[in-house]
Design a protein around this ligand. Structure first.
Ligand code: PSU
Ligand code: MN
Length: 306
């Protein structure tokens, strides 16, 4: 399927045409979330996990003046090698990037937007953007939250990193009318840790119920659903250790005057360095865990629909 702005790969087109389950994947995590070559390995492994769980992966990016849905391996490699020299495409960047033909990874917000255009209802990522600590003075609130409020795509994540103010992030999600589902948990997870100290709206224990909630959101004409899936126990980091590292990274960002869209990539890079790479291994494990769940949800959604 090729609309005037979308280029959908043959594999994803075939799956969508046959109404087989499809899972969208974001690409800012590839360009700005992890170093090369681990980013490329992660991107390939995550696609394989989606396939193993019965769905077709559709990694989304902006390339050559097109919104790309489903990437060939060569495209994935180009994006991974480009890393932070590629742009980070949030909602407001799309038109300029399409006009100039720039290469970009898509954030959660733009991946949702492009998924909806392509007819994909389920999307897997690591962590969402949210309300940054100190937002009461910086006004730094990710466009991901507005997009969740308006675009009917389910986002499977491992919660939000405590580089953010999680309490404020949950408040904004409530204001935007976004259901926050805890998959097998009553606690909203904090990315590297299974618990954040905050609850979820609704605990759900099976993919079929998540699929039912996604279908009802659509029937009600509402926006997205956030599915919070805790990191597997074996991969989680110690909350005290990661808490101290995050505190230090946030202080450094503020001392160095890092602002705007550079904040999240700066923090991720410093946390990676300060944990000696352990944060990266945990990050890769949780993204794979989310990809598996997203595929199971996409399968359940397709079964309920047929
Ligand atoms: N949080 C993470 N890892 C990431 C991101 C967020 O733990 O890679 C990326 C996602 O693509 C997310 C974006 O959509 O950063 C949010 O950026 P900002 O805060 O500038 O909106
Ligand atoms: Mn921001």
């Amino acid at each position: 399927m090729t609309s005037s702005l979308l280029t959908t790969s043959a594999a994803v087109s075939a799956a969508l045409d046959a109404r087989r389950p499809v899972v969208a994947l974001e690409s800012t995590i590839i360009t700005h979330g992890m170093p090369y070559p681990q980013n490329l390995e992660m991107a390939r492994e995550v696609e394989a996990v989606v396939r193993q769980n019965g769905a077709e992966p559709a990694t989304i990016a902006v390339m050559d003046g097109r919104l790309r849905v489903g990437l060939e391996d060569g495209d994935l490699e180009a994006l991974a090698r480009a890393g932070t020299s590629a742009a980070k495409a949030s909602r407001r960047d799309l038109s300029s990037l399409l006009a100039t033909g720039g290469l970009a990874g898509t954030t959660v917000a733009t991946t949702m937007q492009i998924s909806a255009m392509a007819g994909i209802a389920v999307f897997a990522t690591g962590g969402i953007g949210g309300v940054h600590r100190g937002a009461e003075t910086s006004f730094d609130i990710s466009a991901d939250l507005d997009e969740l409020g308006r675009t009917p795509v389910a986002v499977v994540c491992a919660g939000a990193k405590s580089i953010l103010d999680i309490a404020k992030t949950l408040e904004v999600l409530e204001t935007r009318g976004v259901p926050v589902l805890g998959f097998g948990t009553d606690s909203f997870p904090a990315f590297w840790a299974r618990q954040s100290g905050h609850g979820v709206d609704q605990r759900v224990d099976d993919p079929e119920t998540v699929a039912q909630i996604i279908a009802l959101q659509k029937a009600l004409g509402m926006g997205g659903v956030l599915v919070a899936n805790p990191i597997p126990e074996a991969d989680a980091l110690e909350p005290e250790e990661i808490g101290a590292v995050i505190g230090r990274a946030v202080e450094e960002a503020s001392a160095q005057g890092i602002g705007g869209k550079a904040v999240t990539p700066f923090l991720l890079k410093r946390i990676f360095e300060l944990t000696g790479g352990r944060s990266l291994r945990a990050n890769i494990a949780l993204v794979k865990n989310n990809a598996a769940l997203a595929a199971r949800i996409a399968v359940a959604l397709q079964q309920a629909d047929s």
